[in-house]
Design a protein around this ligand. Structure first.
Ligand SMILES: [Mg+2]
Length: 264
């Protein structure tokens, strides 16, 4: 059991923690209220590459969850930061992805879209992906473009069940190109480090909350942070029992987490 009194900053996953599909999960308002009362800093850290931070903020607002865009660290933002360190302004990218990724890569003109000789093929989730796009991506990777994935999540929770995610697209492209992607999001530590610096938080007093063992909990460990698992997303109690990778604490939902913070 974690001593919750110790933590001054909390990094929250979103899908399966704050909401599922278009429905907020129980206890979000209660938890943020406790954080605000106690002066505990918080930010969201998500592998989800489909929306921009502003779009996520609006999506959360539509569920009556107040979360400023500045407190949302997405895997496209982490990917952009990584690529900037790898390549100069004007570098061409072939992008498989949606608004969240496209805007992080291309909006300010640092990178340009390139379907001829791109230096990178960057892949995020794309709900409208076509065979033509996947085919082009494989050909570019075979021609020498570096293969980058925003996040490894093979699935994510939707309102109607568990559905294929970015990791499933990466698996298809890996099979089609015979190349391994370099993947930016959780379970790598990059997004957690970005969020800690964003909040100006002390890593020794920072806790993470997530719903997936292979990304949230493994990523926390990679970043050296303690983690709390909620059972409102992908991981069931049975999956947790069967796993060798264990979080530092487990709660049914955020309602229980909020009560525990209040009681601490
Ligand atoms: Mg999640």
């Amino acid at each position: 059991m974690l001593d919750l009194r110790h933590y001054r900053a909390v990094l929250l996953d979103m899908d399966g923690v704050l909401y599922r599909g278009k429905r907020p999960l129980p206890g979000v308002a209660e938890l943020l209220a406790v954080f605000n009362e106690r002066g505990i800093a918080y930010a969201c850290v998500t592998n989800n590459a489909t929306l921009t931070a502003h779009q996520f903020s609006e999506k959360l607002a539509s569920m009556r969850i107040h979360m400023p865009a500045e407190r949302i660290v997405t895997s496209p933002l982490g990917t952009r930061r990584y690529l900037e360190g790898q390549a100069p302004r004007g570098t061409g990218i072939f992008c498989v992805g949606m608004d969240g990724l496209r805007s992080a890569l291309f909006d300010d003109g640092y990178f340009v879209e390139d379907d001829q000789h791109p230096a990178f093929v960057v892949v995020g989730m794309d709900f409208e992906v076509t065979y033509r796009t996947l085919r082009r991506a494989c050909l570019h990777i075979r021609a020498g473009a570096r293969f980058i994935g925003t996040n490894p999540d093979t699935t994510f929770p939707a309102e109607d069940g568990i559905v294929p995610g970015c990791g499933a697209l990466l698996a298809l492209l890996r099979a089609g190109s015979d190349q391994e992607p370099y993947v930016i999001g959780k379970p790598g530590p990059a997004l957690f480090h970005a969020a800690i610096s964003l909040l100006g938080a002390d890593p020794t007093q920072t806790l993470t909350i997530g719903d997936r063992l292979d990304t949230d909990i493994a990523g926390s460990r990679a970043a050296g942070l303690p983690s709390l698992l909620v059972l409102t997303g992908v991981t069931t109690a049975a999956m947790l029992d069967a796993s060798t990778l264990q979080p530092d604490d487990v709660y049914d939902d955020l309602l229980a987490v909020a009560a525990a913070f209040r009681a601490a």
